[in-house]
Ligand binder design. Sequence first.
Ligand code: ATP
Ligand code: MG
Length: 759
Amino acid sequence: MQKLLHNLNPEQLAAVTLPAQSALILAGAGSGKTRVLTTRIAWLIQTGQVSPSGILAVTFTNKAAKEMQARLSAMLPINTRGMWIGTFHGLCNRLLRAHYRDAALPQTFQILDSQDQLSAIKRLLKANNIDDEKYPPRNLMYFINSAKDQGLRAHEVDAYDDFNRKFVQLYELYDQQCQREGVVDFAELLLRTYELLSRNQPLREHYQARFSHILVDEFQDTNDLQYKWLKIMAGKHSAVFAVGDDDQSIYAFRGANVGNMMAFEREFQVQNLIKLEQNYRSHGHILDSANTLIANNSKRLGKNLRTDAGHGEQLRVQEASSDLQEAQWIIEETKSLIAEGAARSEIAVLYRSNAQSRVIEHALFSAGIPYRVYGGQRFFERAEIKHAIAYLQLMDNPHNDSAFLRVVNFPTRGIGARSLEQLQDAARQYGISLYAAVPYVAGKAGSSLGAFIKLIEGTRFETQNLPLQEMVQVVLDASGLLPHYRNEKEGADRIENLEQLVSAAMLFVSEEGFGIDAPALVGPPAQAVAGAAVTTGDGVEIIDADAPLATIMSPLSAFLSHASLEAGDNQAQAGQDALQLMTVHSAKGLEFDAVFITGLEEGLFPHENSQQEQGGIEEERRLMYVAITRAKKRLYLSFSQTRMLHGQTRYNMKSRFFDELPDEALKWLSPRVQQHHWSAHTAKAAWVDAPQAGANAIAQKISSKGIGWKIGESVSHQKFGEGVIVNIEGGGGNPRAHINFGRHGMKLLDLGVAKLEKV
Ligand code: ATP
Ligand code: MG
């Protein structure tokens, strides 16, 4: 016990050893919240206050859950595999698998990732002849998800105009479609579980009694539904231990509600509100920068952070002329870090948007520096992997229409749009899945579709007794995917990825505790499930979703859920010492010796969308706070004057966040080129069409001098107010200028005509 607790400061110790009541730990980044939470679990178990099965711990990512399990195993001689530590989605998946009947789901229900969800919605619109310009699928998806995130079904949504009423109606139809196909989206996982528990009293009471301790990390990012979910799980008697940091709330766009912290304090009668103020992660300059920056936010619960670590090095700031040069600079700095002995995996490159990673990846690749990208185009989202997964999904649940449509004619087997229309008509007519509708299609279309069904059934039969990894291998061949890519000119990478899918399956099977030889398709062994059955006081038998995944679903079902939920990281690459690339959002909770925050430009970070939204800039600032506080020893900040993004060249001004950092903490590496004297606060990022922009921006800087106006100059216009010249074209003859008028956006004005004044 001593050993467990001796590495804690007094406030941390107090938090870890609180009595079994609900508690809120509110503390800044790097103050040991996650460590406290993990240690508390270990302490509760070690002191015999609870058995491992009485703990429910919610983390934000699968990675965090794995880390927590690993740390626990290191602290205690227990097997953490069967423990309920996971993300909201992962835990719900497990519950729904165990209680699929009560939840009115097929045993082999499948999970739609956001890409699948969007295509399901597009399909729905098409099937109902809805104009997708008038009702854009993305907006509908957002509408549905945010309703679900608030715990609302279609009939519970208040529709205030015709447009909304249409959306509500489509939401209803969407749910029906999903139900018919046996698929659930991410938000549905939670909502279904919530509804299951609200409806089913014995089940609810069973879990409430079982989980006497519920612990939640990153509590500031819970949304309304997650909060309701926690409440129903906790019931009256469980002790909920929540840790969070209001300054790190960065998921408002997904419905996260910081107000949950206040609600929690009130509704769970929190007696113990503990603040941790000692930061153990970052050197002084880094921490000072984070503190100074976040002080610009007005809505805060208020906490401080201090460190004993000393100032350490200043933050290094680089102004690059282009994104290519920025990437090059990252390479140079990385090389010298590595030369100083840094491990590559202790260096992270962060960016605001996934699209920024391409240039950096390219540079790293050319420089031969191994790297790993988290998020972004994730492994399971690559087209070839999606295809393979679709075949596997059809083995498990042939009524998944999304999967069916994805591969029915891939590789091509002569099933054209017309045949599919016939099929869709039949499916609609009988209210059944496409797969089930095939026998109703006659003629040539019918026979080629029939051949596809034969292929799926045949492969299913052939692989039913094979272990998962062999099944995947057979499916890759039998489906024609491997042969298809072998014939493709650029197919080598795709084949490699498909082969990695086999390794991923193998790794998954061994990590999740499925016998490596267990047949992939067959469900859990009957006695294992029966062993977990409990009888409640009312004599109702409940199969407890207690046991590891291996006992409540087949290896194939489990692997498919994993592919949708984890979406991620190509585990086959794990363990390699590689540079870490990710968005700021996905860096939450992590820490690295050295961190690069790139693309610190107005319009990019803070993101331009945030400028219109209420509280948008404050959320971006919290995001910046998260980014800064990932660094332990070294922090690099960079911005670039020009950047190619989404096929356009942007002319950028440095982020306003630079003005919010303490001068003494910053070390400017590049000579501060042209100290722009306009205020970043009034200006918006500049978007210019690529061809125009390509037109020698740099050359213009020189030639434009002749006409009395300079790039970078502040001007004022009668109608648009103050702006900044970001580019001039047409040199001597008919000079025109791109002027960024901040709120009014970018204008192209004829300098001979427009009445501009210098300011
Ligand atoms: P974040 O808000 O970023 O999630 P956090 O509050 O969860 O941060 P942790 O990740 O738990 O912080 O801890 C930050 C670092 O400080 C970790 O490396 C952790 O091991 C270390 N640490 C925490 N408490 C102590 C302590 N008492 N003594 C030494 N190191 C500590
Ligand atoms: Mg943490």
